[in-house]
Design a protein around this ligand. Structure first.
Ligand code: HEC
Length: 698
């Protein structure tokens, strides 16, 4: 065809000219500059994801003068788990349902608010949306928002106006997005979640940062061989699967960790667990099931496979490698090795060579019983017999919450230590009640292929702490106990400090070198997000969004509920600290436990209670919590007046009266279904009141 100059191509030339003009100010090299502490430009501050800032005005000596400088209320926010970005004097805070608030760091004014209207866009996907969003990316004057419903949206960083939007998942499908996009080399990349809510084949997609055009996509597990493989990496992966895995999707969804490495032009993807969890169903007879639970290195320009390292071959416990991947140039005997460090759910701390994925170290950092160690010759774990629940129910450490989850870790180049929250929480695994041959995951329902989340998780199910790990000695340098098990990620600075927010609302600073506790501040609400630091007019600030949230605030039952952060009861805020800061926190109610309601006239029907429980586990447990104990991310139905009344309950559950606030419409359920769920919730409420009463009379 003869080339015809057309209007669109002229428009393209003009657009390119505009963006070249803008990029003259934008210094992409800043994203790789560990020496400048002015900004916090990407999820892990710089491409390395070290979350280390060289700023040292606030340091182990001056910290006694650290105080609240100012705060902003974030009333729309439900849960907050995100990393704030600080770009040239503007803070970008992401809260529930991917709402982004841009705040002038000098005047503290809200410059703009961008609400992608996730509940209105989500359709059936709303049934799966916790509202979690771990933050945004920045590139060349644009902020990139990953909306929970699967859209990736570019907005103007100055005005908050939408520039482009790309649908990265099937609209209304069972994939959703909670992770932060990453921007590199003029591209933006995002993964997705949805491994346990239908047959899921995970992938990551990179888009052109200026236009939103898809640049490349990489599938994390192979598809049906009959459809042909996308490339040789998929062919290689397929040889590690059995049966008709594609009918189950396979999994691998990359919902969190993505790291760009300018040294090798690699993108590292931390891949997810199996879909369904139970390997006997998805790949009968075993197999490694690549690329589940792996770090996969891709060429950043083309998305082509470079290397992989699998932390858990034949994953079957909801273990994944979705925890952050940190690039560290490690000095060993006067040599510098370009490594990456990774502490995934499975409880081992890994060091790999970034050039080729070779395993350099793998040591346990928490209680681990599923494997005794990692064979350094083969790089494979040495599994414990019985762990695969082949002999019936087994209790193993860690469980699905992992020994470390998405809460980010930070690396301090001065102390050569890695700081991260860990937890020792086991999991029961059992598939004796499941038909392994006929099991098929259902879309938009919790379907894992094991018996899961059927009863409450007691508040004392596990313990947790903050750990400083020395990768060279492969040992803990120091650690502190944390409350509960769901504590926030860390930041470390050139002031010899490590900061961490806790589930009970305390924000704490430790001396990075020896772990001595130096400072604390009561934020009066559970902290789930990591702090950041930045500099304005020569002064160092620390910003921390406060608001309980994340997986265990939804599915943790009493583990999450124990801190008393009931849904919507406590103000959500951005707190900003500086030396000589003298602001006061506005009034805040104290923690409060849910008070279940009971109607003595309500007659329980044992059969309805049992049916209601089954429905609750499939449709409601993901947000309202196991045993109907909500962790604070959604209302506790035992104390809900709406759940006391049939018609009111039908209005919310079947008619979707609260959809705009994130409670989905369950048009696939009937009034009889709602009645049985009501019986189950009433039974749970009465059981709690009975237990409380007997505790009081003792
Ligand atoms: C994906 C998360 C999610 C799932 C799954 C979910 N809900 Fe909700 N639900 C919410 C949220 C969030 C709210 C609070 C909405 C608001 O602020 O009004 C809510 C509110 C409610 C309320 C109103 C409570 C009150 O007192 O205000 C009821 C009743 C309810 N849900 C019942 C159910 C039932 C029954 C199921 C299962 C069939 C279910 N929900 C599944 C997230 C969820």
């Amino acid at each position: 065809m003869r080339y015809q100059p057309s209007l669109p191509s002229l428009a393209f030339v003009l657009l390119t000219a505009v963006s070249i003009g803008a990029s003259a100010e934008f210094n992409a090299a800043e994203l790789d500059n560990e020496q400048s502490g002015k900004n916090w430009l990407t999820h892990g501050r710089t491409h390395s994801e070290q979350r280390y800032s060289p700023l040292n005005e606030i340091n182990a000596e001056s910290i006694s003068k650290l105080g609240l400088a100012w705060s902003v209320e974030l009333p729309d926010a439900r849960q907050i788990v995100s990393t704030t970005l600080a770009v040239d004097g503007i803070l970008y805070v992401t809260t529930s349902f991917s709402i982004v608030t841009a705040i002038d760091a000098r005047t503290h004014d809200v410059l703009w608010k961008y609400d992608p209207q996730v509940p209105a866009h989500a359709g059936e996907t709303l049934k799966l949306l916790w509202g979690t969003s771990r933050g945004v990316a920045y590139w060349n004057g644009k902020i990139y928002v990953a909306a929970g419903d699967g859209r990736l949206i570019a907005v103007d960083a100055k005005s908050g106006k939408e520039i482009w939007s790309a649908q990265t998942t099937e609209p209304g499908g069972h994939f959703y997005v909670t992770g932060a996009p990453r921007a590199f080399n003029g591209k933006v990349i995002i993964g997705n979640g949805g491994t346990e809510t239908g047959p899921a084949r995970g992938y990551v997609t990179a888009y052109d940062a200026e236009t939103g055009e898809q640049a490349w996509r990489f599938y994390l597990v192979p598809g049906n061989p009959a459809d042909g493989f996308e490339d040789n990496a998929q062919r290689m992966a397929a040889a590690t699967w059995n049966g008709e895995w594609w009918k189950h999707g396979g999994g691998g969804n990359a919902w969190n960790a993505i790291t760009y490495d300018p040294d090798f032009n690699h993108i590292y993807i931390g891949t997810g667990n199996g879909s369904p969890w139970n390997q006997k169903i998805r790949s009968p007879g075993g197999g490694d099931n690549l690329f589940l639970c792996s770090i996969v290195a891709l060429d950043a320009d083309t998305g082509k496979y470079r290397w992989h390292y699998q932390t858990v071959p034949g994953e079957t416990w909801d273990f994944n490698s979705s925890m952050d991947i940190v690039s560290v140039d490690l000095e060993v005997n006067d040599r510098v090795i370009k490594t990456l460090m990774h502490a995934p759910k499975n409880g081992f701390f890994y060091i790999l060579n970034r050039a080729n994925g070779k395993l350099l170290s793998a040591e346990k950092f928490a209680k681990v019983t599923w494997a005794s160690g990692v064979d350094m010759k083969t790089g494979r774990p040495i599994e414990t017999a019985g762990s695969r629940y082949e002999d019936g129910e087994v209790l193993i450490w860690p469980g699905p919450a992992g020994a470390h989850n998405w809460q980010p870790m930070s690396w301090n180049p001065n102390t050569q230590l890695m700081y991260f929250p860990y937890h020792d929480v086991p999991g029961y695994y059992n598939d004796t009640a499941i038909n392994l041959t006929t099991f098929q995951a259902k879309r938009h329902e919790l379907s894992t292929g094991v018996s899961y989340a059927e009863d409450d998780s007691p508040a004392d199910s596990g313990t947790s702490g903050l750990m400083a790990w020395n990768p060279l000695t492969q040992q803990v340098a120091w650690k502190h106990d944390n409350p509960g098990i769901w504590n926030a990620g860390t930041m470390t600075t050139g002031g010899d400090l490590v900061f961490q927010g806790l589930a009970d609302g305390q924000f704490i600073a430790y001396r990075a070198s020896d772990g001595e506790k130096l400072w604390e501040f009561d934020a009066k609400h559970g902290i789930a997000a990591p702090p950041i630091t930045y500099e304005i007019d020569g002064r160092q600030f620390i910003a921390l969004p406060v608001g309980w949230g994340g997986g265990l605030s939804m599915m943790g039952g009493s583990i999450g509920a124990q801190h008393g952060w009931q849904y919507g009861r406590h103000p959500r805020r951005l707190l900003v600290f500086a030396l000589d800061g003298a602001a006061n926190l506005p009034p805040t109610p104290p923690p409060m436990m849910v008070e279940p309601l009971d109607d003595p006239a309500f007659v329980l029907d044992a059969e309805k209670v049992a049916t209601g429980k089954t429905l609750f586990v499939r449709h409601c447990v993901m947000c309202h919590g196991p045993g109907a104990v909500a962790g604070g991310g959604a209302p506790d139905l035992r104390g809900s007046p709406i759940m006391m009344h049939r018609e009111a309950a039908d209005g919310v559950i079947l008619e979707g009266q609260r959809m705009s606030r994130g409670m989905a419409k369950f048009s696939n359920l009937t009034t009889t279904d709602v009645e049985t769920i009501q019986h189950y919730v009433r039974e749970r409420a009465r059981a709690t009141l009975g237990a409380n009463a007997s505790a009081i009379s003792k």
